[in-house]
Structures are given as C-alpha cells and as structure tokens.
Design a protein around this ligand. Structure first.
Ligand SMILES: [Zn+2]
Length: 303
C-alpha cells in the first residue's frame, strides 16, 4: 500500500527572527534573507524531480518577497498559511489571534491572489482558541500537532488540562491534523541559535534519521504520510541540499511512494475517512465518549 511523502518548506524569511525570537538585531534578522538565495535552489530541485511541494508562508514574508511567492504559486506548489509575523498564537487574546490570521490571509491574497486552505502554526505553537478560529476561516487541515507520526487524525477542540484534574478530551472537529515532529524538522538539527539550539549537524546524522523514519513508515504505516518540515534558510545550504537530493532518490527507490502536497493528502484522507465513521472506528485520537456513541459532534458537517 502507498506511503505518501510531503516535502514541506516553511518560508519564514525574517519573520521567525522578528516574531518568534523577538530580535532587534539586524545580523540575526539577516539570516532570513538567505531564503531569497535558497528558494530558487529548492524550486529547481523540485522541478527536476517533478515533485509538488508545500510552502508555509507568513503574511510578513509574502509582503517582503512577493516575486518569490508568486513564483512558488505559478510553479504549482501549495501555499499554506503560517501566521502573520511568525508570532506565537498563545501570546494573543482571541480577537488578536483572529486578526493575525486575517493579516496572513490578506497578504497572501494581495501578493498571489490565492486563499490557503491549509495552516501550519509558527513554531507549531497553539492557543486554546486556534482550532476554532481555523474552522471559522474555512481551513481544511492543520499541520502543527504531534499526537501521531504518520497517520492523520481529526483535531479536537476544547481539551481541558491543568495540574490538578484528570485530562479532559474535547470534541473532534472536521479539521484534518497532519502531524509533525521535531525529528523531521531541519531547524533543530542544523540551525545554531546561541542559548537555544546547537544544531550544525553533519548531514550523515540527519540523513540516517530521515531515511530510517521513512523506511519505518513505509513498512508500518500503509496509507500514511511522511511529513518532512524544512526551512529554505536552513536546508538551502550546499551540503544539506546534497543530502536532500540523496534522500529524495532513496524515497523514490521504494515501492508505492507518492509525493504529494499537504492539501491533496488531507482531502484524500478526509474522503476515505469521514469524521462520523472515523469516530465510530475507535480511532486513537477520538474523544473516548464519541467512539461508542452514535451521536456526531455538533460541528461535523457529515453528521
Ligand atoms: Zn516557521
């Protein structure tokens, strides 16, 4: 059975240093400018292998590099929402978080004339309001959570947790979660941020991890998704691009491997696993009360 592979690129540019790292340091922020060097390299690689990519782009980046964003769009790759200026959603009240989503949407529409249907939160951070906001704005999938490795699930809304009480699972909603992991992210492996992350790894270490995770998924997760997260300003360095090309050749050498965008995979998976029947199947990530209940959650359009 098929294993799907998504090569995803978080085109953060300067926004990650300004938003996540809150830097006022022009040298640190200039790291983001390397994206303008790396994006053409990545697009050339994808074109040579005829692979569709998913580019997660903050509104701030779209306004800084409109021509690159238009080129990504024109070459047929998916563009997903990645916040306004790579802010942590949990730092904002609900109305402000909505405004950040809107600013991201407005910038992508202004620059590329498109509306993203997928979302990946900056640094994979979430607030308690994020899932509800994504539903309100019509997103079909999210790719920020870590509850599984290769198999998608329906995100939940309203989980409750504190240090005193048992964990309370919220209701599953019609938002496909395409899980991610720091293991399959180039940033901690390769980036150097003093006091934060000391990557700078040799390619051989990362190549081994990314090859063996893929091999495991190929053997144990039929129909699943290998969701690889990269950053142009990180993966775009020469020896890392050589590693990526070797990995693509390895992935392609296995049977029944299909390269896909996140939106194509999410739509395909949702069609095969509608929320109502997924809940009844006893899925691991379903709210326990719903697995045996015939009642569908109120936000399930199929219910
Ligand atoms: Zn990012």
């Amino acid at each position: 059975m098929t294993l799907y592979c998504a090569l995803t690129f978080d085109f953060d540019a300067m926004s990650v240093w300004i938003g996540s790292y809150k830097s006022r340091n022009p040298s640190m922020v200039s790291r983001g400018e390397f994206c303008a060097v790396a994006i053409p390299r990545i697009l050339d690689l994808l074109r040579r292998f005829r692979i569709p990519g998913t580019f997660c782009i903050p509104g701030h980046t779209a306004l800084a590099y409109p021509d690159l964003v238009r080129r990504i769009h024109a070459e047929g790759h998916e563009i997903a929402h990645h916040g306004w200026v790579h802010e942590n959603p949990a730092d904002f009240a609900e109305a402000e978080e909505r405004r950040n989503i809107e600013r991201g949407l407005e910038a992508l529409h202004e620059v590329a004339g498109m509306q993203p249907r997928g979302y990946r939160s900056p640094s994979w951070d979430f607030s308690a309001n994020t899932v509800g906001i994504l539903l309100d704005y019509g997103f079909r999938y999210d790719s920020s959570l870590m509850g599984s490795d290769f198999m998608p699930y329906y995100a939940r809304m309203g989980d409750k947790f504190d240090r005193q009480s048992p964990y309370e699972f919220g209701v599953n909603v019609d938002l496909v979660e395409l899980p991610i992991t720091w293991l399959l992210d180039d940033f901690p492996h390769f980036e150097f941020v003093d006091g934060d992350t000391y990557g700078l790894s040799a390619a051989s270490k990362v190549e081994e991890i990314w090859r063996d995770e893929f091999r495991y998924a190929h053997q144990h997760a039929p129909g699943g998704l290998f969701n690889l997260t990269m950053h142009p300003q990180v993966i775009g360095r020469g020896y890392r691009m050589m590693m990526l090309e070797r990995l693509i050749n390895y992935y392609r050498s296995l049977d029944d491997v299909v390269f896909t965008t996140l939106i194509d995979y999410a739509d395909h998976w949702r069609k095969e696993n509608p929320l109502a029947s997924w809940l009844k199947s006893g899925a691991i990530h379903a709210r326990p009360a719903d697995v045996t209940s015939s009642n569908s959650p109120s936000r399930d359009p199929a219910g």
